[in-house]
Design a protein. Structure first.
Length: 390
């Protein structure tokens, strides 16, 4: 299974193609649109979300709501393109009139400068239009299809916010909850946090940061339950599933760190505090008494819930911009200001959840015969039973 996306932030649309989804899977388009709406929500978002109302169109690979096994082609229109049609026209030659929104003052922390240097663009809009997090909308649409596939196989997952800036909003609450319980709690507020008592405190932090013209990052956690043991492999470095998941999460805009389970805390604990002791139950087979390692051993799933943590840096577009240098005159000045958010940690939790879903769906379809959903279900059911009987 593989996918590709195309499109620019202010272009006419975002396009995605995913190949390898089994035939016979019923797709709920409304669930995709709900995920897209969640990506646009959250406290601290900017004004563009008032313009865009993302909806997916599936234009290939689906008939009467059921997948055909052929590539799925998806489109998410950019409504803001109406204000940018001349500037982003793909075929009309450049003129002074349609290049008035040139970007020559790169933003620190963004792809602007390095992208311009690499691809020899003098108008850095050619970089920022593709490097923008707007592209993640189509990845969420693709990821939700994968999440629907995983749900059909009994695998449930959730992405949520553990921390905004310096304020923690989990403090171990999630360890006692399953995915359904986490989902109920985080959907009860506009921050996707578990600790309802921290909502007002974090709102105030975001408001103060916005007034200061600054931005905030945070920490995201994704939990996936009922993933069968043995996905991935220890035999080569590039077959380890945790490595693939880490790479996919790092591919999300502004993510600067990824860990599993207790993560970096494991580096300071003793081995006896980190390793998950093994137990056995005739009815369910082998299990672990704890889950410090986040569901992975030797690059393979071990049957425990997968726990992935992602650290997101603050957004680099500041309304009180930092110093930069004009790429043409080389004069020091202030960076460009594009429309932006105070924090995008809430939508990032949706995006990270969905890229994890894509990688888990890849792992499942790699491991089992997956041309048809009923055949895939049967194969996984038999595999699960063999694990219990081991």
């Amino acid at each position: 299974m593989h996918y590709i996306t195309a499109g620019e932030s202010h272009g006419p649309q975002l396009t995605g193609i995913i190949e390898g989804i089994p035939a016979g899977l019923t797709i709920d388009v409304e669930k995709i649109n709900q995920a897209l709406a969640s990506r646009q929500g959250g406290y601290g978002r900017g004004n563009r979300q008032k313009i865009e109302h993302d909806q997916v169109e599936i234009v290939g690979g689906l008939r009467h709501g059921v997948t055909l096994g052929s590539p799925l082609a998806l489109v998410v229109k950019n409504r803001d393109h109406a204000h940018w049609s001349e500037i982003m026209d793909p075929t009309t030659p450049a003129t002074p009139a349609n290049t008035v929104r040139r970007v020559e003052h790169p933003r620190p922390g963004h792809a602007d400068l390095v992208g311009g240097m690499k691809y020899r663009h003098r108008d850095l809009r050619n970089v920022l239009e593709r490097s923008s997090a707007r592209e993640t909308a189509i990845r969420v649409a693709i990821g939700n299809i994968c999440e629907q596939l995983l749900a059909a196989l009994g695998i449930q997952m959730i992405g949520y916010v553990q921390q905004v800036g310096s304020v923690k909003a989990d403090d171990g609450i999630s360890s006692a909850l399953n995915v359904t319980q986490i989902k109920e709690q985080v959907e009860a507020n506009d921050l996707r946090i578990l600790d309802q008592d921290k909502v007002v405190l974090i709102h105030d932090l975001i408001d103060r940061t916005k007034r200061a013209g600054d931005t905030l990052g945070g920490v995201i956690r994704v939990v996936a339950e009922n993933v069968p043991a043995g996905l991935g492999s220890y035999v080569s470095w590039d077959t380890k599933l945790d490595a693939k998941l880490a790479g996919a999460v790092m591919g999300v805009n502004a993510i600067k760190g990824v860990s599993f389970g207790d993560g970096f805390k494991d580096a300071t604990n003793l081995g006896s505090q980190v390793m998950d002791e093994i137990s056995y139950d005739p009815a369910n087979g082998f299990s672990r008494l704890t889950n410090h390692l986040g569901g992975f051993e030797g690059g393979m799933t071990n049957g425990m819930p997968i726990i992935i943590n992602a650290a997101m840096k603050p957004i680099p577009t500041l309304y009180k911009p930092l110093q930069t240098v004009d790429v043409n005159t080389k004069e020091p000045l202030k960076a460009n200001v594009e429309r932006s958010d105070t924090t995008a940690i809430v939508p990032a939790s949706i995006v990270v959840e969905n890229v994890v879903a894509i990688e888990l769906a890849k792992a499942v379809t790699d491991a089992f015969e997956s041309s048809n959903i009923e055949r895939l279900k049967g194969e996984i059911d038999r595999y699960r039973q063999k694990l219990v009987e081991y």
